[in-house]
Design a protein around this ligand. Structure first.
Ligand code: COS
Length: 378
């Protein structure tokens, strides 16, 4: 798949930024578990935080291929940064682009696109993980405000988001059709940041609980109509899954490059280990599977841009790319031998970060469910 001139330009810009601004601090922010606020400001200036937003609302107005390329390039040097930017764009702003009124779009999207405000997405709850329809957070309309009670968990960007798009049950008797979506501000009365989670990987991203205790949300912050929340969130996840595929792709690319560099420099039995066929086979498989994942990620992005159905395809690209990333990072670590197990080399970080891509925005099992349902339906 040939990239257009614009896509190539964005690729070069994102790579330069990732190598000069992100790579030098990637190991340190991972070790400290520190969300890099200074990068957010810089990435706002680069347009990386408005990648899914039309230009009329302050976004870059670029296509999804460009968006995927940016996530890939950031993740190639730092999975945490790739994830934070992906969650901000395709989970935080996308639902407002999909279902927002003109007023909501004009009010929120410019601030979010410039990076002045970080955005997050709240779907998962302690009892509603893969079974996202079991939302227990309640929203009750009282006068001109909805009163929210409940807890969201695993909220990416949760510790820093000014705006969070989230779901709550407005009409429990209607089940999945009783779920509504809201835009909540972090300074609304009753909005609380709960536990900051400590994680295996993507440690420089922020993952928190968000607790709503009689949280007051103005009626006009309902996103879409009452009862449309689940659909809006599922549509949002269709897009988000492409970006997790792109993140997996970038992590795998970074890990392969690290393994190749190491294999050329490490001598055993009197020659570089890259000259041994056992190592060459691993590298050949990595390059092949990375290429296949890249084609899937870019092609699914293209389907989305052309307005064609892409729900099963985005599940496929996330499933394939994340499985590939786990395999590639495992073998990249293996090539490093004992050194790979220590934090001196970046490969153990790639290995830890890759695991998230098999879980976040729907586990591999859920992707298979989505794919199978699409293939087997009449
Ligand atoms: N786009 C638009 N609408 C969708 C949709 C999509 N991709 N997927 C489902 N819907 C609609 C369905 O059409 C259905 O509406 P109707 O009753 O009007 O036909 C409704 O939503 C319910 O769908 P379904 O019956 O398929 O819901 P299920 O509960 O069986 O399953 C899954 C939905 C499992 C696919 C969903 O819960 C899911 O994706 N779970 C994983 C959640 C996840 O990814 N969490 C990570 C959060 S990011 S931190």
């Amino acid at each position: 798949m040939e990239l257009t001139e614009e896509q190539q330009m964005i690729q070069e810009t994102a790579r330069r930024f990732a190598e000069s601004e992100v790579q030098p601090i990637a190991a340190e922010i991972d070790q400290m578990g520190k969300y890099p606020l200074e990068l957010i400001e810089k990435m706002g200036g680069m347009g990386f935080l408005g990648l899914v937003v039309p230009a009329e609302y302050g976004g870059t107005g670029t296509d999804t291929v460009c968006y995927s390329i940016v996530i890939e390039e950031l993740s190639r040097v730092c999975g945490s940064t790739g994830l934070s930017v992906a969650a901000h764009n395709s989970l935080g702003s996308a639902p407002i682009c999909i279902a927002g009124t003109e007023e909501q779009k004009s009010k929120y999207l410019p601030e979010i696109s410039s990076g002045e405000a970080v955005a997050a997405f709240g779907l998962t709850e302690p009892q509603a993980g893969s079974d996202a329809s079991r939302t227990q957070t309640r929203a009750v309309l009282k006068g001109d405000k909805y009163i929210l009670n409940g807890t969201k968990v695993y909220v990416t960007n949760g510790g820093h988001a000014r705006y969070m798009v989230m779901t709550a049950m407005t009409q429990p008797e209607k089940g999945v059709h009783g779920i509504s979506a809201f835009i909540v501000h972090n300074d609304f009365p009753g909005f609380k940041i709960g536990t900051h989670e400590k994680k295996l990987g993507v440690r420089a991203s922020s993952t928190t609980e968000i607790v709503f205790e009689d949280c007051e949300v103005p009626k006009e912050n309902l996103l879409g109509n009452e009862g449309e929340g689940f659909k809006i969130f599922m549509q949002t996840l269709d897009g988000g899954r492409i970006s997790i595929g792109a993140m997996a792709l970038g992590i795998a690319q970074g890990a392969m490059e690290a393994a190749i560099a190491y294999a050329k420099e490490r001598h055993q039995f009197g020659k570089p280990i890259s000259e041994f066929q056992a190592i060459q086979n691993m590298i050949a498989d990595m390059a092949t599977e990375i290429r296949a994942a890249r084609l899937m990620v870019y092609d699914t992005s293209r389907l989305k841009d052309e307005g064609k159905p892409f729900s099963a395809e985005s599940a496929m690209c996330k499933l394939f790319a994340s499985t590939m990333a786990m395999k590639v990072t495992t073998n990249a670590l293996q090539i490093h031998g004992g050194y790979g197990y220590f934090t001196e080399y970046p490969v153990e970080r790639y290995y830890r970060d890759a695991k998230l891509t098999e879980i976040g925005e729907g586990t591999s099992e859920i992707q298979r469910l989505v794919i199978a349902r699409s293939i087997l339906k009449d």
